[in-house]
Design a protein around this ligand. Structure first.
Ligand SMILES: NC(=O)C1=CN([C@@H]2O[C@H](COP(=O)(O)OP(=O)(O)OC[C@H]3O[C@@H](n4cnc5c(N)ncnc54)[C@H](OP(=O)(O)O)[C@@H]3O)[C@@H](O)[C@H]2O)C=CC1
Ligand SMILES: CC(C)CCC[C@@H](C)[C@H]1CC[C@H]2[C@@H]3C(=O)C=C4C[C@@H](O)CC[C@]4(C)[C@H]3CC[C@]12C
Length: 327
């Protein structure tokens, strides 16, 4: 039987309207329990049989799919990178440094960049030791868009083109509650995001010609909003938006340049002491910034000769973990 509608101005009518609005607003949160009822607590025996089947069947299907996905044949061969011209940013330490060594073992032409010239020199020497077709560096800061473009031009002049652009560098931030420092967020966006955009834009003509690849090193913090990494997380989310959207545009325009976004979890690069335990507090900076270079945007460019092998850097824990055979 249809209920008579209350006068909207009467107290009972207003209560009814409030209820309707609340139901409207709660629409989203009402639905999940309704859906989950199907999977979960049903009282009749037929339903409980169905529920149990779903409880087992759905995770099982998930496992089968995960197995199928991860056991797909690996078509990667190290020879694919032999002779390829690759830029690796943030390659003076950590993950970037190890990527450079990996490429060196596969015989690529490597152009690395970061701010600390002395470290880059050592990485270049080591790359040549490991079998790189050639290795050189350009030092400078990615706070400056002009420097980001300069690195790409260097690939054009010294390598004659580019097959792969590996964007990995990341500016120093802190691990702790957001401190409200807008300038820090702006600076971090310049280093972690805008320079990636600038390098991609400058490198695109070369990458189109070689039908090459762009690799963007990101983080779980760029997919999920974990606490204590607000500025860092924002820059990584920005990368996802830019590169995921650009990938779709490439597909629409049939541009044969691949874009890979690497979503990494925590990796011990030897700087892991930077992550504080709750007992240590939450304001330890990550990572410690190095001394500023004399002319950040000028950028020194040099190829270290193969002959000088006297001052190789010590292997760090990440390298011996990833490449135990080389330790
Ligand atoms: N380690 C981890 O647990 C995780 C790391 N990642 C991602 O992996 C990538 C590498 O991280 P990781 O190896 O730990 O980082 P590191 O701090 O070890 O290395 C950062 C690199 O970036 C360079 N760099 C820093 N500031 C600037 C700047 N202003 N201009 C140019 N270069 C700069 C540094 O060299 P220099 O100081 O000489 O300039 C260094 O080579 C990052 O994109 C990070 O977000 C993602 C998830 C987890
Ligand atoms: C299932 C979940 C509980 C997993 C949580 C993963 C969390 C803890 C992971 C996801 C991303 C990770 C951070 C990261 O991306 C980059 C860096 C910079 C590096 O120099 C020092 C470590 C740091 C801060 C990582 C710290 C640990 C983070 C927050």
């Amino acid at each position: 039987m249809k209920r008579a509608r209350q006068n909207p101005n009467s107290p009972a009518g207003q209560a009814e309207q409030r209820g309707a609005n609340q139901r409207l607003l709660l629409g989203l949160s009402i639905h999940p329990p309704v859906i989950f009822q199907g999977f979960g607590s049903c009282s009749s025996s037929a339903n409980s049989g169905m529920g149990r089947l779903q409880k087992i069947l759905i995770p099982f299907l998930g496992l089968v799919l995960a197995f199928w996905f991860y056991s797909a044949r690996d078509t990667f061969k190290p020879e694919m990178l032999r002779g390829k011209r690759v830029i690796v940013t943030g390659a003076s330490t950590g993950i970037g440094e190890q990527i450079a060594y990996h490429l060196a073992r596969m015989g690529s032409h490597i152009l690395i960049t970061a701010r600390t010239e002395a470290k880059l020199q050592n990485v270049v020497r080591r790359c040549l030791e490991l079998g790189a077709a050639s290795a050189r560096f350009v030092s400078g800061t990615m706070e400056d868009t002009a420097f980001a473009q300069h690195v790409v031009r260097e690939a054009q002049t010294s390598l004659g083109g580019l097959d792969m652009l590996i964007l990995n560098h990341v500016g120093a931030s802190y691990f702790g509650f957001f401190d409200g420092d807008v300038e820090h967020v702006r600076k971090l966006l310049e280093i972690n995001f805008l320079s990636y955009v600038a390098m991609t834009t400058s490198a695109l003509p070369m990458l189109k010609e070689s039908e090459g690849s762009i690799v963007v090193v990101s983080s779980m913090a760029g997919k999920v909003g974990f606490p204590f990494t607000v500025p860092y997380s924002a820059t990584k989310f920005a990368l996802d938006g830019f590169f995921s959207s650009l990938r779709q545009e490439f597909a629409i325009q049939s541009i044969n340049v691949s874009i890979t976004l690497c979503i990494l979890g925590f990796i011990d690069t030897g700087k892991s002491s930077a992550i504080p335990t709750p007992a240590q507090g939450l304001s330890i900076p990550i990572p410690a910034p190095p001394p500023a270079p004399p002319h950040p945007s000028a950028g020194a460019s040099a190829a270290v000769p193969l002959g000088d092998r006297t001052s190789l850097p010590p292997k760090n824990s990440l390298e011996s973990h990833l490449f135990p055979q080389a330790a």
